[in-house]
Structure formats: structure tokens, C-alpha cells
Design a protein around this ligand. Structure first.
Ligand code: MOS
Length: 756
């Protein structure tokens, strides 16, 4: 294992020829996606398929007094209606999951007559077609006994008669250092501000859907929208007590996930339940409106206090955040920790609290925690730069952190200074005039703002298998999901370079729970986790093929050792004399094998994990143009310079960063889950009223990948690029709006009414 790791480390930094890794190759799944050949979870079908439609509660809190399904059941084509009154008696409903990491254990669909939030599923109507099921759902009569509810975070925070449910609960955060309150009190320059960020809802292209294929006598095949086929498999087996071998989850394409498909959602449970009860195949698809009844980015109220010397040295950082959770569980994110490590500062105090509201549990959403905490903090940093009369970039450089002061250790690498320099250069930051309202373009005010981004480099244990067949094809297999980030492509690139094959000779199979186990694709950990596993599996296979080649009677390699051989152009060659070669197919033929395969697992290096901290960083520069008469803000230019270790594929990586930037613009200007607190429900649950940018709202986005060679973070030297694009972006937009208008706006989204 150690030996392999060493080999990998040298390969990672370019000792071995990199024909594909590091290059902008096209997506291997691109054709399937644009031709409609790629199948998503609601595309799978079966001859006996029935269709399920979910009915959701219309009250936020209380009890179902009566649910009458008679009319629905008499409608021709309706097969069954499941409610809490006739659902199967699963032991799972009574499991205690307190110490278990079982994602949806806290919410059990159709458990009983209690309502915990508006939109809670209360019935599944199954019919021969989806239209009949939908119509039947309107025929179900429900009587509720409603209780009073609380869905307003502001009210929960300000209400002097806090009920125990809505009282903010303190959560563990990094330790304080120094004495931040005292340093703040005695500082010459200080500023305290409260930020209010709205709830944001996930709106992936493909809505959540599960198709469960009933296989007589041999269990079920589940097609689910999931970031973890293996985790979905384990959830289904646990909830329904299926033997592990009776369930297979197949989910080759996801259709956008961004955190919402980390947890199994209720349509999966209901589809499996119906299939199991009816002994036939069932599909349940959520409507766009129902997508607003599952996870979302929590609302946040953050107070940030900063103090500095007159020369711009930061002396105190205090960051307190309250986020909402549900009555069902405590949903936590890392909101404030970043404020303790982004800048050098001796006095830091961080606190994080939750308030329980009568809403469904929030969930992960692109850069969970950092998108909330860092974006508020970077607005506060910009304001402090103005108070100490420094250029915002200069102020950040003055307070640059060389070490992780929370953990008191070095970084595996940190090229943030290069991000600042290259981003500023490319953007033309030195042409900026610092005074607010000092730049104009005709009738529009022009504002230039910037911010820093950060995200942790994660790796999780993952496995992969590499199989080379005598037809010259290599198959890579892992249960991992590709949520659209380019995972199929980068894994194919890694395999191709490790075994010296053209990418066209490789088939990469993902999204199947029966393949070697892999963790959730989330937290920007996919490239490090699955990539390392694929590299290890291919290296193990390379060793095996090389050993066979040496052992052959007719071997051209004489007494060479494995280390003397290289793999290139579908062959093994002697490093010292490339004319001595043997094709891989010939190796298999000569030893009479149809195929050779190797499986390997990769996991984080525990020793270096304790010794170093590892983060991806970015510097985001934004230009806005503001029409003061209309209050309209256009983000006309963005430069995002990212240091995220080795970039396996600049093209797919750039797609990730650009997507994050678009989301950051959207977060800054558009996205707002609006609650009617008297009804306790989201009112803008559609694309007409929940705003996201259209193509015409997005102008230039330039992504720069700063060179960052990291030999410590993992064998590939990668840090992940899924989340970092959104971190800092909304702050840079808000800071640019201040520069344009002279108005500080502390609430997101910054809608027209706030600009006017
Ligand atoms: Mo990401 S929020 O882990 O999909």
C-alpha cells in the first residue's frame, strides 16, 4: 500500500507522461447527455409500471383528524392509496436513530397523523397513469386539527416569550482565541453589522424521482436521483428489511444535485413502499412545486464584529450565526469556522446557534455553511477596509493568514496570494478608483468589488475496479455517482494515463450499488476520493500485467523488473529501450487470459490529516452596473481565480466554477424562498416567482486556475472544485454594489427595492 502511494505521488506531479490528466478533454458522457441517450431516474420503465403521486399537508403543524380516500379509490385506474392509516408496519418506524448517520431517519413518511411542516407528504396515490393519480389526489378529503406554528426566524429570535421549540440552541464551534470582546472594546476602529440571508431552494434540472422495478422472486431495482447509489441501497435495505442482495440501485445520471440528493427524499421511500405492497413496479416523480417541500439552504441571521488598528491590522473578529432547523432534527453547517482561519487575527470568537421552526429540515446546498458564513464575512471585511481607508485587496493582503490558526498547523498548500495577484491583474483592479460612486458608464453607476473564497479539501474512503479484457478494452467500475461534475471524464483520464491507453479504449461504469463501494459524491470530495481509488486500482492492475509480461517464456523484457517497464500506446515498453514492446492484448493472449482485473481502495492519509490543514482558495472580482432610476443591477464581469491543487480537467473544472459563480450572482440578486408566516408555507414555489438568472442575466465569467502543486493533500494532489465557485461570489457582488452606489446592503438577495 505504501509503495503504491509513493508511485502515485510521483505520477501525480508529472513524472509519468500525462496525456490526458491536466488537459481540457471533452466529457465522455457529453454525447449521451445531448442526444437523450442518458437515462435519468424517471426515464426507466417496466411493462407493469404504476404511477404514484404524493399529496402534501396544507397546514404547518397539528394533527390529521380524518383522511377520506373513498372517492379517490372509486376512480377508474386508481390502484391504491397509502396513508398513515394503512401503511405497512415496518420496524423501521420504531428504530431509534439517535446515534446513527442514517440520513432520513428523522423524518418517516406516513409514520402517524402528526404534521410537522406544511408540505409534509400525507398520502401516496397509485394509479395506472400519472394523470389519474394526480386527479385522484384532489379527491382525497383531509380534516386537520391545526396547532399554532412558528416559521419566522426573525420572530423566533426577537420574541421575548420564546417557546422551547424556537429558542436558539448553541452548537459546537471552534474554540475562541485571545479575548475578542476586550480587543473590540479597546480598538480605535470597529464595526458591527447584522446580515440577513434568505432561504434558498434547490431547483435542479431533473426533479426528484424514483422508479422501482419489481422483479418477481428476486427483489427490486431502484432508479433514484441520488448522490450515493450505495447509500440509497443501504437506506432501502434498512427501512424495508430487504436482504442486501435483493436490492440494486442503478442511477447512471443524476440531472443536477448540489446537495439535495445526498439524503434519500420521501419519493424514494414511498415508491419502494408501494412497489413492495403492490408487488409491481412504481414510479414517483415530484412536481416542481413539490421540490419546495424538500431540503433548502437555511435562513441565516449573522452578527459580525470586526476591529482594527488605524494601520489596518485586524485585532478582533466575532462572528455569531443563527440558522433555522426543523422540529425533527438539528441540521448543522459550518457557517462561522471560516472566519477564524481566513485572516491573521489574535482575537477571535465564533458562535453558532439553531432555532427550531415548523418547517422541513434544511439540507446541504452548494458550499453549505461557507456560502452563508464566508459571504457575510467577506462583506464585513470589505466594509472594514473602507473604515481603515485601505484598498479592499491591500487590506486582505495585510491580514493574510500563513497558517491555520484554529488548528495551529500549516496548510498542505495555499496559493491564495497568487489568486489575488492573477485575478487582480486579469480584472484590471489597479484601474479602480476607490471612492464609492466614482465610476460611471453613461447613465449606469459602475462598481468593482472583490472577495475571498475558501472550501475544505475532503477525501473519503472509496473503492474502484479496473478490468482489462483481451479485446483491448479497459472497464473502470465504482458505485460512485457523477452528479454532472465530470466524474466519468476525469476517472477515464486518470485510468488512461495510468495504463497508457487512449480514452476511447475505456468504459467507465458508475452509479450502480453493486459495483465496488463508494461514498456520497458531495463536499467537493469526488475527484480526491474516487480519483485516488481509480488510480490505485489501475496501478495494481498495471503491476499485475507487468508481472505477467515478465514471466512469459517469450518475454522481450528478459530480467527486467516491474519498475523498468512503462505503459504507453496500449503496450508495455522497456523504459531504457522503447523498441522492446509488447501490447497489453498480447500479454493476455500469451498467458491465455480473457481478462485481468484489480480492485483497490483509497482513503485519506491519516497522519498528514493531523499534521496539516487543506483548503481550496479563490479570489473573486466583480463588476456591476447599476441603473439607479430602475434599481436594476447587472453583473457585467466576473473574474474568479482559484487555487484548488491539481486541476484534472480545466474544461470540466471551469464548468464547475462558472456554475458556482452563476449561483453566487443568483444568491446575491435573485433567490429568496418567501414564507407566508400566517400559513407557515412557501408561497413562491415555482419558477415564475422564485427567481433564478436566465442566460440573458449572465455576462462575462472568466475562470483562472492558479498553479498549486500539493504533494501532501492526496495522491492526485487535487482539492476539489465543486463548491468553491459560489463562496465569495455573492460578497463580491454586494461589495461592488457598495462601490457603485455608496449603499451597504446587508440583506440577500439584493433586490431592486433595496437598491432604490
Ligand atoms: Mo455538495 S452541497 O456536497 O453537492
Amino acid at each position: 500500500m505504501n509503495k503504491l502511494t509513493e508511485v502515485s505521488a510521483s505520477a501525480a506531479v508529472g513524472a509519468v507522461g500525462e496525456r490526458y490528466v491536466g488537459h481540457s478533454v471533452d466529457r465522455v458522457d457529453g454525447r449521451a447527455k445531448v442526444t437523450g441517450e442518458a437515462k435519468y431516474s424517471s426515464d426507466f420503465t417496466a411493462a407493469d409500471l404504476a404511477h404514484g403521486v404524493v399529496l402534501n399537508s396544507s397546514i404547518a403543524r397539528g394533527l390529521i383528524q380524518r383522511i377520506d380516500t373513498t372517492k379517490a379509490l372509486t376512480l377508474p385506474g386508481v390502484i391504491a392509496v397509502f396513508t398513515h392509516e394503512n401503511r405497512p408496519d415496518l420496524a423501521w418506524y420504531n428504530h431509534s436513530h439517535k446515534n446513527k448517520d442514517t440520513p432520513t431517519a428523522h423524518f418517516r413518511p406516513l409514520a402517524d397523523r402528526e404534521i410537522h411542516y406544511s408540505g409534509q407528504p400525507i398520502a401516496l396515490i397509485v394509479a395506472e397513469d400519472a394523470e389519474t393519480a394526480r386527479y385522484a389526489s384532489s379527491l382525497i378529503e383531509v380534516q386537520y386539527a391545526a396547532d399554532s406554528h412558528q416559521t419566522s426566524l426573525l420572530a423566533a429570535r426577537d420574541n421575548s416569550n420564546l417557546s422551547s421549540e424556537t429558542k436558539a440552541i448553541a452548537k459546537k464551534t471552534p474554540d475562541s482565541r485571545g479575548n475578542a470582546a476586550e480587543a473590540y472594546f479597546s480598538a480605535p476602529i470597529k464595526n458591527r453589522t447584522e446580515y440577513h440571508f434568505s432561504i434558498e431552494h434547490h431547483n435542479p434540472m431533473a426533479p426528484h424521482a424514483s422508479t422501482v422495478i419489481w422483479r418477481e422472486k428476486c427483489g427490486i431495482t431502484v432508479h433514484d436521483k441520488t448522490q450515493g447509489p450505495k447509500q440509497t441501497h443501504d437506506f432501502v435495505c434498512e427501512a424495508f428489511e430487504f436482504p442486501k442482495s435483493d436490492v440494486q440501485v442503478i442511477s447512471p445520471y443524476v440531472g443536477g444535485a448540489f446537495g439535495l440528493a445526498i439524503r434519500p427524499q420521501y419519493q424514494l421511500f414511498l415508491a419502494v413502499m408501494a412497489a413492495r405492497e403492490l408487488k409491481r413496479s412504481v414510479r414517483v416523480v415530484l412536481s416542481r412545486e413539490q421540490m419546495f417541500t424538500i431540503g433548502y439552504r437555511p435562513e441565516a441571521l449573522q452578527t459580525i464584529s470586526l476591529a482594527a488598528e488605524r494601520n489596518g491590522t485586524l485585532t478582533s473578529i466575532m462572528h455569531d450565526s443563527i440558522g433555522n432547523t426543523s422540529q425533527l432534527e438539528d441540521f448543522e453547517e459550518s457557517v462561522v469556522k471560516w472566519s477564524g482561519l481566513l485572516y491573521h487575527c489574535p482575537n477571535v470568537e465564533l458562535s453558532y446557534r439553531l432555532a427550531r421552526l415548523d418547517l422541513y429540515t434544511p439540507t446541504d446546498m452548494r458550499a453549505p455553511g461557507a456560502a452563508t458564513g464566508v459571504n457575510a464575512f467577506e462583506q464585513a471585511i470589505d466594509e472594514m477596509a473602507y473604515l481603515v481607508r485601505m484598498d479592499p485587496l491591500e487590506f486582505r493582503l495585510k491580514n493574510y493568514a500563513e497558517r491555520d490558526a484554529i488548528e495551529n498547523r500549516d496548510f498542505t498548500s495555499k496559493e491564495l496570494k497568487a489568486c489575488y495577484a492573477q485575478g487582480a491583474e486579469h480584472f484590471g483592479w489597479n484601474k479602480r478608483t476607490g471612492e464609492p460612486r466614482s465610476m460611471r458608464d453613461g447613465r449606469e453607476l459602475v462598481g468593482w468589488g472583490m472577495a475571498t473564497g475558501i472550501w475544505e479539501a475532503f477525501q473519503q474512503k472509496a473503492s474502484a475496479r479496473a478490468t482489462f479484457s483481451n479485446d483491448g478494452i479497459l472497464e473502470i467500475a465504482s458505485a460512485a455517482a457523477d452528479i454532472g461534475t465530470g466524474t466519468y471524464t476525469i476517472l477515464t483520464q486518470i485510468a488512461a494515463d495510468t495504463l497508457g491507453l487512449p480514452m476511447s479504449r475505456i468504459t467507465t461504469k458508475l452509479g450502480d450499488s453493486s459495483l465496488p463501494p463508494a461514498p456520497i459524491e458531495g463536499g467537493s470530495s469526488g475527484a480526491a476520493s474516487f480519483g485516488s481509488a481509480v488510480m490505485m486500482a489501475c496501478e495494481a492492475l498495471r503491476k499485475e500485467i507487468a508481472n505477467q509480461a515478465i514471466k512469459l517464456k517469450s518475454s522481450p523484457f528478459g530480467r527486467a523488473s516491474v519498475d523498468d517497464l512503462a505503459f504507453s500506446d496500449e503496450a508495455i515498453v522497456l523504459k531504457s529501450d522503447h523498441s522492446l514492446r509488447l501490447s497489453l492484448v498480447d500479454v493476455l493472449r500469451c498467458c491465455g487470459k480473457q481478462k485481468m482485473e484489480a480492485e483497490a481502495s483509497a482513503e485519506p492519509n491519516k497522519a498528514s490529516d493531523k499534521q496539516y490543514s487543506s483548503y481550496a482558495h479563490s479570489a473573486v472580482f466583480v463588476e456591476v452596473k447599476v441603473d439607479e432610476e430602475l434599481g436594476q443591477v447587472r453583473v457585467t464581469r466576473v473574474v474568479n481565480a482559484v487555487a484548488a491543487g491539481k486541476i484534472l480537467n480545466p474544461k470540466t473544472a471551469k464548468n464547475q466554477i462558472s456554475g458556482g459563480v452563476v449561483w453566487g450572482i443568483s444568491k446575491a440578486l435573485c433567490e429568496e424562498g418567501m414564507l407566508d408566516n400566517s400559513a407557515g408555507r412557501f408561497m413562491n414555489h415555482n419558477f415564475a416567482e422564485y427567481h433564478i438568472p436566465s442566460n440573458a442575466d449572465i455576462y462575462d465569467i472568466d475562470v483562472i486556475f492558479v498553479e498549486e502543486i500539493d504533494r501532501k493533500v492526496n495522491v492526485l494532489g487535487v482539492k476539489g472544485v465543486g463548491e468553491i465557485g459560489i463562496v465569495g461570489t455573492s460578497a463580491a457582488v454586494a461589495n461592488a454594489i457598495f462601490h457603485a452606489t455608496g449603499n451597504r446592503i446587508y440583506e440577500l438577495p439584493i433586490t431592486i427595492d433595496k437598491v432604490l
